[in-house]
Design a protein around this ligand. Structure first.
Ligand code: NAD
Length: 283
């Protein structure tokens, strides 16, 4: 039976590290690291995410504010707010909660964030730094996955890693991070043929698709490490991942649960990025 990678417990550890660093930063600079979150509209899921981020930031010694804007906010008004936050010296991190309402283009807005304050790691400048293997702000969810691998002593060097999904948010960046750690990386996506075979070859499986239990348990190679990023809501209201957890647990060496796996790590890495940004900006 696979051992569980407890995202909640590991996230707690990361948040404690962040708190220590945030306190040291405050002692040195006379102010806490600052994270400002922008929420446009009333999407219920986004409201929950933003509330959780705000609460976690406060507990970790990070200051900041949530800017709640009405759904009909114009692009010009949103860009004006971002310009203001970019220019404020005490703000180290800016996060615009995505997705934005339909009349606003996510990428145009993300492009306007100062890359030094882009704690979501989604600005093309930061994506470029990751591509060329240089230090920069990296997307939170893939960073959290890498931290989980490290935590269970899984060194990707020389291993076969399969990433399911090729999004800018998760699939592509985690593939680059695994490559950086010398894994032999395959990226599977909606057009991939023989998915079961590809999964069966992998020592590390990262599933980031958004389809409940797409990855069947008996596809998993014996001893593989399985990181399930997917969050899918079932008809009964419960959450499940992209991997058949029960079946996969019989073959994997380590596996993340959903919920309680990658999710909590994403917020913890956001806080960590905020302190990284604060330290880098004041160096
Ligand atoms: P996305 O919709 O942008 O991308 C999904 C990807 O899956 C696409 O690249 C697509 O090619 C691929 N795909 C679709 N069908 C496939 C198939 N049959 N086989 C293989 N690949 C297939 O989604 P995303 O933003 O990358 O998120 C993926 C999942 O991860 C979602 O469930 C999302 O809710 C979840 N997520 C979780 C966290 C977290 O903190 N835990 C963070 C981000 C995303």
């Amino acid at each position: 039976m696979a051992e569980l990678i407890d995202g909640k417990a590991l996230a707690k550890e990361v948040r404690a590290e962040v708190k220590t660093r945030a306190e040291a930063f405050a002692a040195k600079h006379g102010r806490a690291p600052g994270l400002h979150v922008v929420l446009v509209g009333e999407d219920p899921a986004s409201q929950v995410y933003v509330r959780n981020k705000q609460r976690a930031a406060g507990k970790a010694g990070i200051a900041g504010e949530v800017h709640r804007l009405p759904a009909e906010t114009t692009e010009a008004d949103l860009l004006a707010l971002i310009a203001e936050l970019n220019a404020a010296p005490g703000i180290d991190g800016i996060l615009v909660q995505l997705p934005l309402p339909d009349h606003l283009d996510d990428q145009t807005i993300v492009d306007a964030i100062d890359p030094e304050k882009d704690v979501d790691g989604l600005h093309p400048f930061n994506a470029g730094l990751l591509f060329v293997g240089r230090h920069g702000l990296r997307p939170c969810t893939p960073s959290g996955c890498m931290r989980m691998l490290e935590h269970v002593g899984c060194n990707p060097k020389g291993k076969r890693a399969l990433v399911l999904g090729r999004s800018t948010l998760v699939g592509k960046p985690i593939a680059l991070m695994l490559l950086e750690k010398h894994a032999t990386v395959t990226i599977a996506h909606s057009r991939t043929e023989d998915l079961a075979e590809r999964v069966g070859e992998a020592d590390i499986v990262v599933a980031a698709v958004g389809r409940a239990e797409l990855v069947q348990g008996d596809w998993i190679k014996k001893g593989a490490v399985v990181i399930d990023v997917g969050i899918n809501r079932l008809e009964d209201g419960s959450l499940t991942g992209d991997v058949d957890f029960g079946g996969a647990s019989k073959h994997a060496s380590y596996i993340t649960p959903v919920p309680g796996g990658v999710g909590p790590m994403t917020i913890a890495m956001l806080l960590s990025n905020t302190v990284d940004a604060a330290e880098a900006r004041t160096r």
